[in-house]
Design a protein around this ligand. Structure first.
Ligand SMILES: [Zn+2]
Length: 88
């Protein structure tokens, strides 16, 4: 999957954004970009859903192959640092 440089920058921050760790100025920039960029919005929505599933389900209830697939999918979206913050 190809991403514009601009989009990569936003995606490096997206896990912090999902965790509510960013200041409001940065949040606004991300939200602004998501409104303008359907590709990022789509990725963001999938990521958000995946993160919510990962967090809401007890680990042992996710079949291993499913969990691995989710992780691989997330890793495809995220930078190394961001992936680390999801414990991938
Ligand atoms: Zn984008």
């Amino acid at each position: 999957m190809t991403m514009r440089e601009e989009c990569k920058e936003y995606f490096e921050k997206i896990s912090e954004y999902l965790d509510g760790e960013l200041d409001s100025e940065t949040c606004e920039k991300i939200e602004c970009h998501l409104r303008e960029c359907p590709e990022c919005l789509h990725c963001f929505e999938s990521l958000k859903r995946t993160a919510e599933i990962c967090r809401s389900l007890p680990r042992e209830k996710i079949p291993e192959d499913v969990e691995q697939r989710l992780k691989d999918k997330l890793k495809g979206f995220l930078s190394k640092d961001a992936a680390k913050s999801f414990d991938l």
